[in-house]
Design a protein around this ligand. Sequence first.
Ligand SMILES: [Zn+2]
Length: 189
Amino acid sequence: MPRVEEALLLIRTYDPVSYRRVTHELERVRVFVVPGSAAVYRESLGTCQVDERYVRDSSAEFIASTIVHEATHARLARCGIAYEQKHRVRIERVCTRRQIAFAAKLPNGEEACEQAQDQLAGFSPEVFTNQAFAEREDRGGVEALRYLGVPEWLIRAILRVRNARIAFGGGAAGATAKMSSNNSSLNHK
Ligand SMILES: [Zn+2]
């Protein structure tokens, strides 16, 4: 069974309330390359995007708890709580606590639970600034291009064009920051 389906089955079996929320809040769960994040909730699409490398390397318990986390972002967004810089630590704490409560219900959820608890302990405002998001997305973007087999010379060329656009007042950095303010990412495995 594909890993994400296995994860959804775990949610349905061990936490029906979370499963109803996931199916209610998320139009779909999609797996592909997500630069700089294990998963992200795209509010404009109503979609939880999960990085295919994260899916490949993680157990169904981890993927399930990540989906529950992102569905909580969806719920908060639907309630009108914008993912603004000043609210991000509080929002991430809410989502991660929900994730922990879910993982605690799984027969083999101990590791996923502990990892989410570690994340919760490490949350601070500087982790969630627009600047920090932009830097993670930049680094993640390069890693994603390498993963997709883009040759190094082409990656360097892409970065040169992008840096030139920023130097000439182009929108790359601003666009990233704007995008970050509308998307909530789980930047940890
Ligand atoms: Zn989050």
